[in-house]
Design a protein around this ligand. Structure first.
Ligand code: GLC
Length: 443
């Protein structure tokens, strides 16, 4: 890519991060997502660091200001109560029913992937001697450990080293076909469902969003959490949806690794993290690998069975350095084959499946933060050629279609489009693209 083009993209990315900056934190995009989201903030912080390291730090500080007593970092932090265009808003979640939730800021009652450990290590690698950053990392370190402890204490009832989610939104891949069968099994009388009105359909095309059937089940699980005042043990007893997700666990393991390295550098005790880690890596590799599909898959704890779909979360195992060379090679080859078949990397769902939909939310499109993580994972195994495709595909899509939330994965279709999908001026797209553009190596 020419320097001028690259500079234009960077200027645009910086503009978006400025636009979405709200006095201490960044919203993913206006209207559709007008608050602070958990894992979005992690990626955004990486992007911000290239332009305003002080903001990158503040971003994470704001997020952690919403941490609950039990260690959970909620998936949404509602710093403002004025924004009415979102459902479910703070008044629907009512986090105050849990006595361990901070009074302010208000928040949701579920979590999202724990990216923050590897995010802060990424920042530290970029600015290894920055005093302000070092000071910040030392102060946030125990809070991130507390967050990880939440997962291993409350979300791993059998103490096997794998944590579960009780709501699809916790996985970050809200509408993936992965959850379909488990959601289909949830049955209830319509009068058990609190009244609600979707807002997303007023802001984005219904063809890109979850169906009403799915939305009812999202609300049902939310209401279940609230009924039990978000008490984790009670939710575990009753929730019909309990899944050990690949991405959730891989991200946690990758962050554990980062915390161990950071802890050693700054003299923190890392024994507890090492203990989680020794079990988690092994069990992930044993329990979640599927030989027929040649990938890692989720596990439904209510059905006691693997969820048999080939899907993008399995590839984040690379980021956590879980697979041996042989398994890693299978993941790598699969991506190269997709590239040969005319897909941008990395489609979020199995392109051969009847459930694949290249336009609809998490059922096939390309997601920028996924490319960022898979790029880093492939690099760890020295699959540089595939890593470069993953990186340059994202940059090409952004260059051609703009800084959207997600993108068409079929090349033949993407060339006919003028825009990406979902929200525009999207923070993690700007952040991940900027970070990849500014890499010292390649491109
Ligand atoms: C959607 C995504 C989720 C993201 C949020 C804000 O809900 O599925 O991963 O955190 O939007 O961008």
């Amino acid at each position: 890519m020419e320097t001028r083009e690259k500079n234009n993209l960077l200027t645009e990315a910086q503009k978006i991060l400025n636009l979405n900056w709200k006095n201490g934190f960044t919203i993913p995009t206006s209207k559709l997502y007008p608050f602070q989201w958990n894992w979005d903030s992690g990626f955004t912080s990486i992007g911000l660091s290239h332009f305003r390291l002080d903001r990158a730090i503040q971003e994470l500080q704001s997020l952690f200001s919403g941490q609950w007593e039990n260690g959970m970092i909620p998936h949404i932090i509602f710093h403002s109560e004025d924004e009415k265009t979102y459902f479910p808003n703070y008044d629907f979640w009512e986090s105050s029913v849990n006595t361990g939730a901070p009074k302010q800021p208000k928040s949701s009652g579920i979590t999202q992937p724990a990216v923050h450990g590897f995010v802060v290590e990424h920042l530290l690698n970029k600015f290894p001697d920055n005093e302000q950053l070092i000071h910040f990392i030392k102060s946030i370190f125990p809070k991130i450990v507390h967050y990880h402890r939440f997962f291993y204490t409350y979300r791993d009832p059998d103490r096997e080293g794998l944590t579960y989610i009780f709501h699809p939104w916790e996985s970050g891949r809200d509408n993936s076909p992965l959850w379909d069968a488990s959601l289909d099994r949830i049955s209830f009388n319509q009068d058990e469902l609190p009244f609600y009105e979707r807002q997303d359909l007023k802001l984005a095309s219904a063809s890109e969003r979850p169906t009403n059937f799915q939305y009812d089940r999202y609300v049902y699980l939310l209401a279940l959490g609230k009924k039990y005042k978000y008490d984790e043990r009670a939710i575990f007893e009753e929730s019909p949806f309990l899944i050990q997700d690949t991405l959730m666990n891989a991200v946690l393991i990758a962050s554990n690794q980062s915390l161990i390295r950071i802890g050693k550098r700054f003299g923190f005790d890392t024994h507890e993290i090492q203990e989680w880690q020794s079990q988690a890596q092994r069990v992930f590799d044993e329990k979640l690998w599927n030989d027929e599909l040649q990938t890692y898959v989720g596990y439904d704890l209510r059905q006691n069975e693997q969820i048999l779909h080939k899907e993008i979360g399995g590839f984040t195992a690379l980021l956590a350095k879980i697979p041996n060379e042989n398994r890693a090679q299978k993941l790598n080859q699969y991506l190269l084959d997709l590239h040969q078949k005319g897909f941008y990397l990395c489609p979020s769902f199995d392109v051969e499946s009847p459930l694949f939909d290249s336009k609809r939310y998490w059922r096939g499109p390309i997601w920028p933060q996924m490319n960022w993580m898979i790029y880093q994972g492939l690099k760890k195994y020295n699959y540089d050629k595939t890593a470069d495709i993953v990186k340059s595909d994202l940059i090409k899509l952004v260059d051609q279609l703009g800084y959207y939330e997600y993108f068409e994965s079929q090349k033949s279709l993407a060339t006919q489009l003028q825009t990406g999908y979902g929200g525009g001026n999207f923070s993690w797209t700007a952040a991940c693209t900027a970070d990849l553009l500014l890499e010292k190596t390649s491109y």
